[in-house]
Structure formats: structure tokens, C-alpha cells
Design a protein around this ligand. Structure first.
Ligand SMILES: [Zn+2]
Length: 329
């Protein structure tokens, strides 16, 4: 079903953010086709109600696509130009994106060069903060010196724990997250996508991240939900990703409804659009059409994105003012 054109125009009019975007997972499909001509059509997972079997199924397909393209810093820059141009076209003003430490570990790339390549792709008028995404076993002997060095890279905004959520939290993790905070880096962690509320609480206690990626299963513990609402810790939620990847979760029953109603600062992002076929605009439209979100609530979600953004109040002001002035009827 095509979205109501007035809804699309409304979503377009909102200044928006995207704060949960894996750079390799944002690989533009036309670039994938250039190196993998057998991809005549987008992946089957772009179908609106596709469901991955499990995280392994999703990750295997994603890595297969990502490793085909991301073989050099130049490839990061070329992809970045297209990725960020699409943000600008959707009236997205602020982006946080992470590149995967696994690409340094297994792809032999230099982290400083990848960071510089992504930065060089950022167009005028878009604010971008770049993070290093680190998987649970990402600090082996080869990578530990790289991770330590990364905390001195001036343009690296912060770090994010990602990958298989049910893999152990290794002993290096909490001290490294603490070192990152001391180095002035912003810290995030994926939790509450596959593991439950207990895991979200454990990550909050042990890693003390500034923000949680996904976090939707926090909804299973009302005390935790209240704590999240009171603390103002943001959850960077990706409804379409969850619809296609989380067991038992759909856009119609998505916990963002309860989290939002409880006052949790939820933001909206796409996660890995090469796997899900989604855009930021699609996420807002899906929440309106299938998640029961009113236009006023969509405005609040957009505001939440700017509230968590790593920007000064003066930088945020024009976009917050614009959201304040949007008539929601
Ligand atoms: Zn993610």
C-alpha cells in the first residue's frame, strides 16, 4: 500500500535525525550491484513483512554484502557520499553512524583512514558524528592496541558495542568503556534486541553507556522502564529492523508504543538499510500507519532525536524551533 501522500509530505517536512546507523549496513544497493552483478534485484529481505530466521541469518547476509564493497577507505568515501545525500534529501539534519571494528580486524583496513574517508563524504549542511562499533569479542591481541589508539582519534565521537548480543561480555569491556568516557568519548551499547530486560540492566550497570541501541525489551521490566524515563537515557530504536528480525515483534505490536507512553526518550533510525530496504522516512510512515503514532507523536520522536544529539543547544535550536512550529492539526 502506498503511503498517504500527505503523510509522506508531513514526514518530509520534519527536520529529523538518524542516530543508529551501521555504516556498512547502509551500503547503497547500486554500489553492491556494481561489484556483485548477480544481485539483479534487491535482497528478499526488503519485502515489507520479511522475517529473518535469526540474528545469524541476518548477519551472514549483511557481512557477505558489506565485505564485497568495503575493501578500501576510498570505497567508504564513495558510499558515504550516496548515504549522506539521501539523508539530506529526506530532511535529516544530524546523523550518528558507526563503522565496524570487524572491518579493521578481518578486512585489514586502517581505522584512522576509514574514519577520515567517512568524514570526507559528509556534505555541507549535515552534522555527522562517527563511532567505532565493536563486537563482543572485538579486543583480541591484534585489535586491543587499535582500540586503545582509537580513544585518541580526535574525530571519533565514541564507541558502540554491537554484534551477537548473547555472546559473553568479556573482561576487557567495562574497563574499556570507562577509559572511553575518561577520554571524552560518547559511549553506546546494543542491548534489549535479542536479550531481555535483565541484559539491558546489566549493560547499564557494567558499561554505563550514555545511550542504548534498540533497548526495546526493556519493556519487560516496568521498573527499568521507569528508570530509563527518569534518567533520560535515550534508546535508539529501529522499528522496521525489529519487525524483520525480532521474534514476536511487529510494527503493530512494537514496544516503542509503551516505552514512548512511559516517557522514555526513544529515537528513530534504520539500523542496516541494505538488509531492510528502509529509509528514515519509511520508519516514521510505518509508525504512523502500522504503529498508531499520531502526527504530534511523530514530532515528539523527531524532537527526541535532537535532544540526544551531540550538538550544542545553539546548534539544535533552529531544528527544535522548526519542530515546535509545525502544525499538527
Ligand atoms: Zn544496530
Amino acid at each position: 500500500m502506498l503511503p498517504d501522500s500527505s503523510l509522506r509530505a508531513f514526514v518530509q517536512s520534519l527536520p529529523k535525525t538518524e542516530t543508529h546507523l551501521h555504516f556498512e549496513g547502509a551500503l547503497p544497493f547500486e554500489l553492491l550491484q556494481r561489484v556483485r552483478p548477480e544481485f539483479k534485484q534487491p535482497p528478499a529481505s526488503w519485502a515489507p513483512d520479511f522475517k529473518f530466521r535469526d540474528f545469524g541469518h541476518f548477519e551472514q547476509e549483511l557481512l557477505d554484502m558489506a565485505f564485497s564493497w568495503f575493501t578500501s577507505p576510498d570505497r567508504y568515501q564513495e558510499a558515504g557520499k550516496l548515504i549522506f545525500a539521501r539523508h539530506v534529501a529526506q530532511n535529516v539534519k544530524y546523523v550518528e553512524t558507526s563503522f565496524a571494528s570487524g572491518m579493521l580486524e578481518f578486512g585489514g583496513l586502517d581505522g584512522r583512514e576509514v574514519l577520515a574517508a567517512i568524514r570526507a563524504a559528509v556534505p555541507v549542511g549535515l552534522e555527522v558524528r562517527i563511532f567505532l562499533g565493536i563486537h563482543h569479542s572485538g579486543a583480541g591481541p591484534k585489535m586491543l592496541p587499535v582500540l586503545e589508539d582509537a580513544l585518541t582519534w580526535p574525530d571519533l565521537a565514541g564507541i558502540d558495542l554491537h554484534g551477537f548480543e548473547d555472546a559473553p561480555i568479556e573482561p576487557w569491556t567495562a574497563p574499556y568503556w570507562a577509559a572511553a568516557r575518561r577520554a571524552g568519548k560518547y559511549t553506546k551499547a546494543h542491548a534489549g534486541e535479542f536479550m531481555g530486560a535483565d541484559f539491558v540492566r546489566r549493560i547499564l550497570d557494567e558499561l554505563q553507556p550514555h545511550r542504548i541501541e534498540h533497548g526495546v525489551r526493556a519493556v519487560e521490566d516496568s521498573v527499568l522502564v521507569d528508570e530509563l524515563a527518569r534518567s533520560g537515557i535515550g534508546l535508539d530504536v529501529c522499528p522496521i529492523s525489529n519487525h524483520k528480525l525480532m521474534l514476536g515483534i511487529t510494527l503493530a505490536n512494537h514496544p516503542i508504543r509503551q516505552l514512548f507512553d512511559a516517557g522514555v526518550k526513544a529515537t528513530i533510525s534504520t539500523d542496516d538499510p541494505i538488509s531492510f530496504g528502509n529509509t528514515v522516512t519509511d520508519e516514521y510512515i510505518a509508525l504512523a500507519e502500522r504503529g498508531g503514532f499520531s502526527r504530534k507523536e511523530l514530532v515528539q520522536l523527531a524532537r527526541n532525536g535532537f535532544e540526544v544529539a551531540l550538538l550544542s543547544e545553539a546548534q539544535k535550536k533552529p531544528w527544535m524551533d522548526a519542530l515546535q512550529n509545525i502544525a499538527v492539526g
